[in-house]
Design a protein around this ligand. Sequence first.
Ligand code: NDP
Ligand code: MG
Length: 382
Amino acid sequence: MALLGATGSIGRQTLDVLRREPDSFELVSIAGGTRLAELAEVAREFGVRRVGVARPEDFLAAREILGDGVEVVVGGDGLGELARDADVVVNAVVGFAGLPVTINALEAGRTLALANKESFIAAAPLVARVRDTPGALVLPIDSEHCAIYQCLADSTRSGHPDVRRLLLTASGGPFRGWSRERLATVTRADALQHPTWSMGPKITIDSSTLMNKGLEVLEASALFGVDVGRINVVVHPQSVVHSMVEYVDGSVIAQLSLPDMRLPIAFCLGRPVRFDHAWGAIDFTTALSLTFEPPDLAAFPAIPLAYAAARRGGAAPAWLSAANEVAVAAFLHDAIGWTDIVPIVAAVMDQYDDVHLESVEALVAQDAAARRRATDLIARDR
Ligand code: NDP
Ligand code: MG
């Protein structure tokens, strides 16, 4: 197995699953961004032979801290190399930086356990092609998509003619039920507190704006080959029902479990069998209430923006995700307020002209163009 993004929230939880199932996998390579000491600790514990770091300037320091016998690779090319060289590749990198992992793993016919939704959404038209490589398989770690995968009884493609719609559940984030006026008072600390999940900073902010759910609508459409017109978002604050599939006969199949990402990670790694260990169990012997409500699209316009990007296709989802990455990073650096995040993404999308995506190079150029627009808007408004 290769675990790319090993030092993050999904990466660390994947390591927990491996510690539980020490005989199932050999971890041959890992990668991270800049946290070298943490990478070295993982490399030592699991006897990893190849390690990827993000920046060329960290190469020598990484060699030094990892010691002899461990090969160091660098940057996106390094990530791509590691993704080609393992049977199972976990993409736990955050953001568009995860692109080489997704493309290379699928091109090489590997099993890709996917957490990195941003690159998958941005590259959807290109991913569709490389998924046809013999042996290539995408298994979704994202809890909603893992739930749908289970409700679809293990099939990720083929149009699903007997499915009426996919119902993506959303916790609603920390600001569920807040008015627009109250949302104007949100601070960085408020937005970093998620009610039901503990995750990395970027996705935690995305969950507070519901952009995460918008990205997940695009992710579900690309993963399962279902048009976004057949994907609905349902707010479910308890985060126990992880998503549902409604069939044409009115039957709705749901997957339930406690909110713990180690369960979908273990599901992907164990498949086609289930590991005999429960990451928490729902207690049905005491009263349990599960509630569902529609999302407030006026207070959380990120969701309609994502649907609009899906309908435009081409590079529109890449622009949406790139602009959002820039806006979220600016918010985390206190350069903009919480209520600025989604309007900046919307303003960038207003500048998008339809582009058909033909190659990875074209996608990288589109990503850069959207980032420039977002950066300019933020600089202009300050
Ligand atoms: P974190 O920020 O916690 O971790 C991100 C990981 O990516 C870290 O290991 C980081 O390294 C690494 N990384 C960042 N930039 C680069 C780069 N240029 N090259 C190589 N590695 C890099 O994020 P999460 O674990 O929360 O999220 C990862 C992905 O999973 C995201 O796409 C997210 O949307 C998705 N996801 C996460 C969930 C969760 O519960 N956390 C749930 C569902 C999906 P370093 O530590 O050195 O910075
Ligand atoms: Mg999710």
